[in-house]
Every structure is written in C-alpha cells, then in structure tokens.
Design a protein around this ligand. Structure first.
Ligand SMILES: Cc1cc2nc3c(=O)[nH]c(=O)nc-3n(C[C@H](O)[C@H](O)[C@H](O)COP(=O)(O)O)c2cc1C
Length: 463
C-alpha cells in the first residue's frame, strides 16, 4: 500500500488531506472529530486580534439539475470567536494529535507590530505552521486585509517578511484567485520568504437575485454583498492557478491545492498538476467529514495501480503537459464518431453542432424498417431532446445523426453535450503530417519553407 504521509515545507501530516480554513475548522470539537475520521491536517478558521461580527444569512448555493451545491458563495468573514478560546483549543488539539498538522490561518491589519504580535501569540500554543490569509475577497478586503493584500505583490511580499521575522514554524501564503496574473503574487511571496503556497481562496461573485422579490442571494434583510465563490464549479480555475504556480521557474515552492475538491480523482488531478497537499472546505460543509474516506481509498488505490510508493512520486507529473497555445501541434486531428447502437436520437448533438458550432452533423429521417434492418431496434429517447427539432418520437421514421467528416473540426462539443456516456467519442485521425506547432509554423513561414495553411471554408453557407 502506498505511503500517504507527507512533509509539506516542514509541516508533517499522516496524509495530504487537510481541512481548508473555514466553518469546518471553527472549533476544536470539529477538528478532533475530523482527525478521528481520517483528515491529516486542519487549517484553523482565520484568526485575528478582535473577533469580527457576522451577518445572517451568509451562504448562497447554485444547483444544476440534481447536483446540489455545484457552487457555493459566502459573505462570511473570519473567526467570530475570541482569540483566547481558539488558542486554548488549538493547544488541546495539538496535545491530543501530536502527529496531525494544525495550521493557524491569520489575518490582521497591515502593520509590522500587528503581525509580529499575533504570530508570537499563536506560535506559543505549538501550531505546526501559519497560513497567511491573503485571499478573503469580501468584508475583510474592504478593511485593507485579505484579497486587498493578495492583489498587490508588494504588500504580499512585505507581510510574508513580517511573519517570517518572528515565526519559528513554516509560513504558507494563501493566495486569492481575484488577480490578473497569479505568478506575480507567487513570486512576491517567494521573495517575502514564504515556505509554501496555498491556493485558491474564493472567487469574487454575486450569487443571484430572487426574481420575485429582488432580494440578492444570500439575503441580509433585502440586501446582499459580493462574496466568495467556491465548490466544484471553481475547480478548473484552481487547477489553472496551481499549474501556473507549479511551472513558474522563479517560484519553486510546495503547493497546497484548494478549490472544488470533492472526489479522489479531483485530488489526483491537483497532485498531477503540482499540489502536494490538498485542502477541502465546501465538500465537507456539504457532506461532512466522512468524504475523506473515499478520497483516501481512491488515492491509495490509484497510487498502487500506477506503481507509486509515495504521494510525492506523483506531484507535478502532468505539469509539463499544460503548454502555451503556441506549442500545441496544429497537425494533430480528431473527429467525432457517433455509436449508432447507443444513440437515443435526441438530436442534441445536431442542435449544438448545427446552431452553436461548425455544422458538421447531418440529420436524416430514416424509415423505421430500413433503420431496423441496418442497425437493429432503435433505443428509446430518455430525458430531454433538443428543443425546436421536429423529432419523430415513436413515429414511422427514425432520426439518424451522422458526422460529416469533411466538415468536422474535432472541437469536442457534441461529445460533451451528448447525454449518453460514450455514445460520441473523438477518434484520432492520422494526417501523415509531422507535428508542427504555431511557433514552428511562423518560423517556417518566415523562412519560406512552407506555404500558408488554407483557411477553413464554412460547411454550410447562404446561397
Ligand atoms: C463559508 C466559508 C468560509 C470561509 N472562511 C475562510 C476563512 O476564514 N479563511 C480562509 O482562508 N478561507 C476561508 N474560506 C475559503 C476556503 O478555505 C477555500 O479556500 C475555498 O472555499 C475553496 O475551497 P472549496 O472549493 O473546497 O470550498 C471560506 C470558505 C467558505 C465557503
């Protein structure tokens, strides 16, 4: 069985699964329960000198069909509990779980004195590390903290320096995704002496408005505020930012990946793109601490199947696969293939290609007898069909959709939209041409070694 223990910038934990700073890490009661269930570490709900005051309500969710909480937004601030209570409880947890990682998330006003004072007070209770919260996009940022620091490289660098001046344990900087170039902030915290980077914190967002009474979501007496977005919907943004930090030649710091992690394969994706520990908030708020069990089993099984002994063996193995666009092979071709035996004749592939993409799917109304002779009994339409198509559900003809290989550009859209898993697949088409990316193409054009690739003609046009 693969070894899950990890040493992240000097912070040791029995596994790479840490609770991200947030409601699940508000108290010792919760963190003890979490450690008993299998979490390896916890980043305590962000501490400050004077506890803040919160509003109600404070969370808003987006569901998509049956998937509840695909995205979560919050206008909650940092801890609203007294610092003394948190410190006492941290010491208790550390005493009971000496081998688990207890990390203090911190945010105070931007003065050297304030940072020195809180770091010294917290480290006396024996925490394993600090995480500087440069990410909270609402409330605290309006008071000059959180994302207000994480959006200005000079501030982020300076505060890392202040923390490092007094901290005897590793210091991680937790970054906000609400920036144009995450690498600039990553480089700044590296210059400031940070030992590791956690990312991402939440994304600035307005969750919605009730169309009947115009109350924003979440609603505070008829009003709302911009808040932080997280949960499964933000994973692609988090993966992009993790890969940006992991591949920057100037940064070279260990990464704790955060953002939309809820299943073991999310965990593996973050690891492959450069994260060596993982932090989770929304999935625990949604389903409880037990989610760690399937993540652990899944990660162990995957490591064993791939022949890796330690998590660290897999960290960053796919980082180099994320290239700049100009490095991608222009001669690599794929085209869609529809499996007639699993098609349910819903017309969704046709509608999305015909109206939304490149008009590369043809639609034929085939007499039922002929269809049965050629393909066997048709499968029944289940679920939604494409709106506005005159489909012949149960009539004398069967709607047959075929890829026009002359027109198919291999964009993927029909395969993504098809409601039947595996019915539309993308097949690699050998072109017989050597690999050539955009940068090489430009060079060869300049050198006169190649003529321009003919521009694409529209598949259907107005006569
Ligand atoms: C309700 C709520 C409160 C949060 N509070 C904090 C906080 O106090 N400090 C912090 O660094 N991050 C806080 N976060 C951000 C999370 O730690 C995490 O970065 C973010 O939610 C993305 O991870 P997820 O998709 O697993 O939730 C909070 C998130 C939520 C949903």
């Amino acid at each position: 069985m693969a070894d899950l223990t990890c040493n992240f910038a000097g912070i040791k934990s029995p596994n790479p699964f840490w609770l991200a700073s947030g409601p699940p890490t508000n108290t010792a009661y919760q963190i003890r329960n979490a450690f008993d269930v299998g979490w390896g570490g916890a980043v305590w709900k962000t501490l400050t000198e004077d506890p803040i005051v919160n509003v109600a309500s404070r969370y808003g969710g987006i569901s998509l069909n049956n998937q509840k909480l695909m995205g979560l937004n919050n206008i909650e601030l940092i801890t609203d509990r007294p610092l003394e209570d948190n410190l006492r409880e941290m010491a208790e947890v550390k005493k009971k779980y000496p081998n688990h990682a207890v990390i203090a998330s911190v945010m105070v006003e931007s003065t050297r004195e304030a940072w020195h004072s809180i770091i010294k007070r917290i480290q006396d209770v024996g925490v394993d590390g600090f995480e500087l919260n440069f990410g909270c996009p609402h409330g605290m940022s309006e008071r000059g903290m959180g994302a207000a620091v994480g959006q200005v490289p000079e501030y982020a660098e300076m505060i890392c320096q202040w923390a490092k001046e007094v901290s005897k344990v590793p210091v991680l900087a937790k970054l906000t995704p609400n920036v144009t170039n995450i690498r600039e902030i990553g480089r700044a915290v590296k210059r400031g002496g940070a030992d590791g980077i956690s990312l991402i914190n939440t994304i600035n967002s307005v969750m919605g408005v009730d169309v009947n009474n115009f109350n924003p979501k979440p609603n505070v007496g008829g009003f709302g505020s911009h808040g932080g977005y997280c949960g499964p919907a933000v994973k692609p943004i988090a993966l992009h930012m993790v890969s940006q930090i992991a591949t920057d030649p100037e940064i070279g710091l260990p990464i704790s990946g955060i953002g939309g992690i809820r299943k073991w394969d999310d965990v593996v994706e973050f690891i492959l793109l450069g994260a060596s520990t993982l932090q989770v908030c929304t999935a625990v708020m949604h389903r409880g601490f037990g989610v760690v069990k399937a993540m652990t089993r899944g990660l162990e099984t995957w490591l064993d199947q791939k022949g890796f002994e330690h998590v660290s063996d897999a960290v960053g193995l796919a980082s180099g696969r994320i290239k700049t666009w100009g490095d991608l092979d222009l001669n690599y071709k794929v085209q869609a293939e529809i499996n007639e035996s699993t098609c349910i004749h819903c017309g969704i592939c046709y509608a999305c290609c015909e109206d939304g993409c490149y008009q590369a799917i043809d639609w034929e109304k085939m007499p039922r007898d002929k269809y049965v002779q050629t393909f066997g009994q048709p499968r029944q339409l289940k679920g939604e069909a494409a709106p506005n198509l005159k489909l012949d559900a149960g009539g004398g003809t069967i709607d047959v959709f075929k890829v026009n290989l002359e027109a198919c550009v291999g964009c993927n859209m029909c395969a993504l939209a098809c409601p039947v898993d595996g019915c539309i697949t993308m097949k690699e088409i050998p072109t017989g041409k050597p690999a050539m990316n955009w940068n090489q193409y430009q060079t060869m054009l300049k050198e006169g070694k190649i003529t321009k690739i003919a521009p694409k003609k529209a598949a259907r046009s107005i006569q």
